[in-house]
Design a protein around this ligand. Structure first.
Ligand code: GDP
Length: 366
């Protein structure tokens, strides 16, 4: 049989007697790619309540979307899930980049899932909105936890103001709880305002630090230390063990000076751990459980959540009112001129403010 140039394009040409298959897949086009079904609200709610994490992920994507139709659908799903939410322990975790947060979450996650808990990890990353980069570096982190069937990891929503990102995380917590996760970790980085946002949505706030981070001496982290319900000095292993212990003592001494430290119910403990070697991880979980028990017994747990809901309502209204004010066309048109008058000391700040508010109010009354 004469060979043609085309015969050499197939690996079967040497086997005489075997019919040559077509070079084009004959089945191509017979099975068009199935389109993902469009889910309705009830599909989402049923999926979440059935602990279906694919549907949970999709619902969180709706929460994070900037499309108004998605926003509406997400709000309906959240309302339907509300009666099934609220039963978890919400833990916030903060610390400077490199302190060992993700290593800790890996260790901690495998410890508590081995105890039978279901853990969801969410994040608020203040860097991602500014630089589109991520200090929390979502992709390569928590490799073993990300394949743990009892864990669910959701990276930080990357778009929007801190207020917007905080709202999305708060709403994602509700869905995760309705999907059966009894422990929620919200991670953030110890820079900027994001700690305050995380503190306002969790029951327990953990600060991870390391020896020599300067917290104990400079007091720059004073605000965060005051917010913390426990401080843990990480990397207490090998040659670093002694330094970590020294830092632990310094921090414990520094805490004595804080007025809220001698709280009637809770003294902020300072612990050491090695996230890498898994040392004292169990102790941290016990500390959190102890806190939860004391606070529940004394009705402080519920009280804190109610206060958080009220604050959330107020800050939602404040943010939206101020957005409406600054986006108002009348305010926009006159803002520069009023500000110039203020800078030239032709008017006071109060009079300038009142003028803009009057413009706003009369434009919304129309
Ligand atoms: P994050 O930026 O706070 O999430 O910190 P990572 O978890 O990414 O850790 C930063 C670096 O510190 C990594 O190289 C870790 O391997 C290392 N690390 C984290 N925990 C420990 C620890 O307990 N001991 C030691 N020696 N190194 C640690």
């Amino acid at each position: 049989m004469a060979t043609t140039e085309n015969d050499f394009e197939t690996a079967l040409h040497v086997l005489d007697g075997i019919p040559q298959p077509s070079k084009v897949n004959p089945y191509l086009g017979q099975h068009p790619l199935k389109k993902a079904p469009v889910l309705c609200k009830q599909d989402y709610v049923d999926g979440i309540l059935a602990h279906n994490r694919v549907i949970l992920s999709k619902a969180i994507t709706l929460i994070e979307s900037s499309l108004p139709a998605h926003y509406e659908m997400a709000q309906e799903i959240i309302s339907a899930c509300m009666p099934y939410a609220g039963k978890s322990v919400r833990i916030g975790i903060t610390g400077m980049p490199g302190a060992g947060k993700s290593t800790f979450i890996e260790s901690f996650g495998s410890h508590i899932t081995s105890l039978g808990h279901h853990l969801a990890v969410l994040a608020i990353d203040p860097s991602s909105e500014l630089s589109k980069g991520s200090i929390l570096g979502d992709k390569t982190r928590m490799e073993s936890l990300s394949v743990n069937p009892k864990a669910f990891i959701r990276p930080s929503p990357s778009a929007g103001s801190l207020g917007g990102v905080a709202r999305k995380t708060r709403e994602s917590i509700i869905l995760c709880e309705a999907a059966g996760f009894d422990t929620i970790l919200v991670e953030t980085v110890g820079v900027g305002q994001s700690e305050t946002a995380v503190r306002s949505m969790v029951d327990f706030f953990l600060l991870v630090t390391i020896a020599g981070a300067g917290d104990e001496l400079q007091g720059i982290k004073r605000g965060i230390m005051e917010m913390a319900n426990a401080i843990v000095v990480n990397k207490a292993d090998g040659e670093n063990k002694r330094r970590a212990e020294l830092t632990r003592r310094q921090l414990a001494n520094a805490l004595q000076l804080f007025p809220n430290h001698n709280n009637r119910w809770w003294k902020t403990p300072v612990l050491t751990m090695s996230a890498l070697e898994g040392l004292h991880i169990a102790e941290i979980w016990k500390t959190i459980m102890n806190y939860v028990q004391i606070f529940k017994e004394n009705h402080l747990f519920e009280e804190n959540r109610i206060r958080q809901s009220e604050e959330c309502l107020k800050s939602f209204i404040e943010e939206n009112l101020s957005l409406m004010f600054y986006e108002n066309p009348e305010v926009k048109r006159h803002f520069e001129a009023v500000r110039d008058a203020l800078l030239q000391q032709k008017t006071s700040a109060y009079a300038a403010g009142q003028q803009l508010l009057d413009l706003y109010l009369s434009s919304v009354k129309k």
